[in-house]
Each structure stands twice: as structure tokens, then as C-alpha cells.
Design a protein around this ligand. Structure first.
Ligand SMILES: [Fe+2]
Ligand SMILES: [Fe+2]
Length: 346
């Protein structure tokens, strides 16, 4: 318990702006290590190693960028949704993804890196987003396949992040995962409707699953022995399971779901392994993954062009919001309190 208290004290001192003196650094590090070992949460004001901070900023930024770039492939179908019900569901889902991006940019801000800087890095290709969003959405069934497989893979990845050692990230994940689980179910339900529909609809659903299956498996990242950041992230308890463990879990979840959907997964090597109590599956084409990562996927350029244009076209909204906030705080120094009262009256 003494170490945990020291950890908090260390954090407070750092927050007060006093640089750790020689010798103190070790004590801070020991307190941080003890807090992580005891499964305590690291909070924004606590002392943390700079490498831990940088790793979190990189991961949270990449996650935030994926949420907002991920709006594009599905938004492509909003105007062509086959019914009002489907359109309403899809719009709600795409809006949820915008919300996820916002929570995550806010989580990164607690580490001292602003949204403006992160967006600039996204737009200039210095930070990445999930490669899965560089594939095109060719038919309406892709909306179902993305919900079932892409959101499904995202949940498998993100549920353990609810226990991540960094408090703001872990707490953001709780709500994100609840919404992702709705996304996954709407995708499954959409595919089920198509699978049980006309032969053409069934074929369209199967084609979408054929195209999205392998990229979904790649979402878990490179195999464990090639994953550069994995071991350190697991030691810091940012990550709780390895890429290969999560990928295996996802495959085992999807196989019975595909059966109930009446669809097949495009892998002739996929079969139950009695000894392991898990499914064996075929080799992943990592050369495709690396090409998409390098920027040579089908939609890399289109995604960034569209994002940058949206950002530029939205500049007046940000300026207006900032001007309004400045005016409000000049007119009413207790603006926060008055906003809250105003909200109650509204
Ligand atoms: Fe999301
Ligand atoms: Fe989602």
C-alpha cells in the first residue's frame, strides 16, 4: 500500500511542475511499476515513464483515427440503404463511430497531446489508422459484413482494453464496447436477412464475407514473433493478450456464427482441432497486409483525401465554436456554472 501512496505523491509532484531530481526518478519508477503490478490505474496526473506515455499516445491516436476514417466506407451506403429502418440504423452506427473518435482524442489529450496535432499527423500520413478501412464497400452486404466481422474483431480487441492500465483509455472503452456490440449484432442481423433472402441476396452476402474475412483476421496485427510493441505493452498492462491469442479467439467465435448465418468462411484449412480445443485456420497473406499498410491498398488515397477535405470544409464550424466560447467566457466569467444552469432550464 505504501508504494501506491508513493505513486500518487509522485504524480502530484510532477503535476506541480517540479522536475524529478536525480535519485527521485528511481523512486517514481518503482512506484509506477508497483501500481501496474497491483492492477491499479495510472491517471493523467501520475508520474509515468515517457515511453509509456508515448506508446499510449501512439495507440490511442491510431485507435481514434480508425474510428473516424472507419465512418467513410459505411457512410458510402447511407443514401442507398434499402429501407428507412436500415438507413436509420446505419446513420446511428456511423454517428457512434464519430463519438468513439471523440472519446479517444479526449483520452489522448489527457496525456498532453492535442487533437489538432494528432489530426495533422493523420492527414500528413505520419500516424496510421486500421488498414481494414482501406478496402472498398462494393455492395450493401458489405455493411453487414463490416458490422459482423470488423466490429466483431474490434470488440475482441477492445474488451480487454477496458482493463488497460491507463485510466482514461480503459474507461472510454467501457462505453465504446457496449456500442460496438450493437454494431456487431446489427451486422449479423443484416447478413442473416440477406442470407435467408433470394438466391441473389444470399450470393451477395457470401461474396461480402469472402472479401472481408481475411482483412478482419489481419486487424489483430502481425504474428506475435513479429510484433514490435507487443511485449512491452503487455508488461505495462496496456495490452492483456497477444495478437495471435486474440485472433484465435475471434476465429473460434465466428465459426459457429457463420454456420447459423448459413454462410461459409473462405478458408479450406479451417477445422476444429480436438487436441487444442480451438480451430486451426489457413495462413494469412501478410504481403497483402504490408502493401495496404504501406499505402497501396485499394482506398488509402481516397480515405485521406476525403478526410482532409472534410476537415478543411469544417474549419468555419471550429472557428465559430471557438469564437462563441471566447465571447461567452468574456460575458460571463462563471461560464461553466451558467452553462449547467442553462442546460437545466432548457
Ligand atoms: Fe467504433
Ligand atoms: Fe463500430
Amino acid at each position: 500500500m505504501a508504494t501506491a501512496a508513493a505513486h500518487r505523491t509522485a504524480g502530484t509532484q510532477r503535476y506541480d511542475g517540479r522536475e524529478a531530481a536525480e535519485g527521485e526518478q528511481d523512486a517514481y519508477q518503482r512506484a509506477f511499476d508497483a501500481a501496474v503490478a497491483a492492477d491499479e490505474r495510472i491517471e493523467p496526473r501520475d508520474w509515468m515513464p515517457e515511453a509509456y506515455r508515448a506508446t499510449l499516445v501512439r495507440q490511442i491516436a491510431q485507435h481514434a483515427h480508425s474510428e473516424i476514417i472507419g465512418m467513410q466506407p459505411e457512410a458510402n451506403w447511407i443514401t442507398r440503404a434499402p429501407s428507412l429502418r436500415r438507413k436509420a440504423i446505419l446513420m446511428a452506427k456511423v454517428q457512434d463511430e464519430a463519438g468513439h473518435g471523440l472519446y479517444l482524442y479526449s483520452a489522448a489529450e489527457t496525456l498532453g497531446t492535442g487533437r489538432e496535432e494528432l489530426l495533422d499527423k493523420l492527414h500528413t500520413g505520419r500516424q496510421k489508422y486500421s488498414s481494414i478501412f482501406n478496402y472498398p464497400t462494393l455492395t450493401w452486404a458489405d455493411v453487414g459484413a463490416i458490422g459482423w466481422l470488423v466490429d466483431g474483431a474490434a470488440i475482441t480487441n477492445q474488451v480487454p482494453l477496458c482493463r488497460c492500465s491507463y485510466g482514461p483509455y480503459a474507461r472510454a472503452m467501457v462505453r465504446v464496447c457496449k456500442e460496438e456490440s450493437f454494431h456487431q449484432r446489427q451486422g449479423y442481423e443484416l447478413l442473416l436477412a440477406l442470407s435467408r433472402g433470394t438466391p441473389e441476396q444470399h450470393a451477395m452476402a457470401q461474396d461480402a464475407v469472402d472479401r472481408w474475412w481475411w482483412p478482419s483476421l489481419m486487424m489483430f496485427g502481425p504474428p506475435d514473433d513479429e510484433s514490435a510493441h507487443s511485449a512491452q505493452s503487455m508488461a505495462w498492462k496496456i495490452k492483456r493478450h497477444s495478437n495471435d491469442e486474440l485472433r484465435q479467439r475471434f476465429v473460434d467465435i465466428c465459426v459457429p456464427q457463420a454456420e447459423s448465418l448459413g454462410l461459409t468462411l473462405p478458408d479450406p484449412d479451417l477445422k476444429w482441432n480436438e487436441d487444442r480445443g480451438q480451430h486451426d485456420f489457413g495462413a494469412i497473406d501478410w504481403s497483402e497486409f504490408k502493401e495496404v499498410l504501406k499505402g497501396n491498398g485499394p482506398c488509402n488515397e481516397q480515405r485521406i483525401t476525403q478526410r482532409t477535405r472534410a476537415h478543411e470544409e469544417g474549419a468555419w464550424v471550429r472557428e465559430a465554436a471557438a469564437a462563441h466560447a471566447a465571447k461567452h467566457s468574456r460575458e460571463n466569467p462563471e461560464s461553466r456554472e451558467s452553462r449547467e444552469t442553462g442546460a437545466q432550464q432548457a
